[in-house]
Design a protein around this ligand. Structure first.
Ligand SMILES: [Zn+2]
Length: 296
C-alpha cells in the first residue's frame, strides 16, 4: 500500500520551494524564483509547482505552505509578513479555490519548529522551542508533536520582546521595524548584530573572523552569545522546553553551542539547567519539510 503524498511549500522572499514527501521519504523537490511584489503571479507560481509535482508523480497530495508571516485568526488574511504584497491577502482561500482542496498555512518559523520536532534535532522530545536566527528572529513551539497555536497566531514570537536584563555593554537603544525599541531581533538578527558590532562587516564575516581569532570579532561573538543566553533564559523561565533547536544563518556558528549553555544559569530560575541547545538537523530544508508536516 502507498502512503499518502504530502506537498510542502516554502514561500520565501527570493524563492518558492516545493517538496513532495511520501511517508518520510523525499520524492521530489523543485524551486522557482518568487515573483517580486506581485501577488497574482505568486499565486500562479505556487499552483504551477503543485501541478508540475503531481503530474510527475502521478498522484494528488495534501498541501501545506509556510510563509514569512501569519494568517490572522480574526479575518483569515495575512499579517506580519515581510513580503508586503502578501499582507491583507487571503492566501489560503485563494489557493484552496485554485487547487480545489483544503490548504494548511503556517508561519515559516512554525514550520521550522514542526520539522525539527517531527524528525529533526528535537525528535522524541515532549516540548521543542524552534528558533530562527537569520535576517529576522522568529520561533515556534511544538508540544507533544503539535504546533502551539494561540488566539493571536503569534506563539513563539520571542524576537519582539525586549532584550531582558539590560546591561551597559548592550549598546544604545535601537528602534525595531515593529515600532518598539530594543526588540531581541535588533540584537540577535544577522543585520542587527552586524549593525551593533560597529565592525563594518556582515554577520557571516564577523563569525569567520571570530573563528580565526580576531579579537574584535571574538568580542562581538562573546557579546552575542551572552545576549542570546539572556534572551533564551527568559523563554526557558516561561516555557521550560526540553530542547531548543537553532536554525537560520547564525545557527551555523558552532561556538554558540558551547558558549550559550554555560551562560544560561544566572538567569534561569533553577539550580541546574537541563535544557538542551542543539543545531537544526535539516538546516535550510526545515521550512519546506515542516510545511509538508502540517498535514499528519
Ligand atoms: Zn520589534
Amino acid at each position: 500500500m502507498h502512503s499518502s503524498l504530502r506537498l510542502g511549500i516554502d514561500l520565501g522572499g527570493s524563492k518558492i520551494e516545493i517538496l513532495a514527501l511520501q511517508g518520510s521519504q523525499e520524492r521530489l523537490r523543485r524551486r522557482c524564483p518568487t515573483p517580486q511584489g506581485d501577488y497574482p503571479a505568486t499565486l500562479a507560481a505556487i499552483c504551477s509547482l503543485v501541478e508540475e509535482c503531481e503530474r510527475e508523480l502521478g498522484m494528488q497530495g495534501s498541501v501545506g505552505i509556510g510563509i514569512p508571516g501569519t494568517r490572522s485568526p480574526d479575518h483569515g488574511r495575512i499579517k506580519n509578513a515581510n513580503s508586503t504584497c502578501l499582507i491583507g491577502q487571503d492566501l489560503a482561500g485563494d489557493l484552496e479555490q485554485r487547487l480545489q482542496r483544503p490548504i494548511r498555512l503556517a508561519n515559516d518559523a512554525d514550520c521550522f519548529a514542526l520539522s525539527e520536532a517531527s524528525d529533526g534535532a528535537g525528535a522524541g522530545a515532549a516540548s521543542v522551542f524552534g528558533v530562527i536566527l537569520g535576517t529576522g528572529v522568529g520561533g515556534g513551539i511544538v508540544i507533544h508533536g503539535r504546533l502551539l497555536a494561540g488566539p493571536n497566531a503569534i506563539a513563539g514570537e520571542w524576537g519582539h520582546n525586549p532584550l531582558p536584563w539590560r546591561q551597559p555593554a548592550d549598546d544604545r537603544p535601537m528602534r525595531c521595524y515593529c515600532g518598539l525599541d530594543d526588540c531581541i531581533e535588533t540584537f540577535l538578527s544577522g543585520t542587527g548584530w552586524a549593525a551593533r558590532s560597529g565592525l563594518g562587516l556582515d554577520a557571516g564575516a564577523i563569525a569567520l573572523e571570530a573563528s580565526q581569532g580576531v579579537p574584535a570579532a571574538q568580542q562581538a561573538l562573546a557579546r552575542y552569545a551572552e545576549q542570546l543566553a539572556r534572551s533564551l533564559a527568559s523563554v526557558i523561565n516561561v516555557l521550560d522546553p526540553e530542547v531548543i533547536v537553532l536554525g537560520g544563518g547564525l545557527s551555523n556558528i558552532g561556538a554558540l553551542y558551547s558558549l550559550v549553555p554555560a551562560l544560561l544559569s544566572p538567569h534561569v530560575f533553577s539550580d541546574q539547567v537541563n535544557t538542551r541547545l542543539v543545531p537544526a538537523r535539516h538546516g535550510d530544508s526545515s521550512g519546506v519539510r515542516g510545511a509538508a508536516w502540517l498535514w499528519p
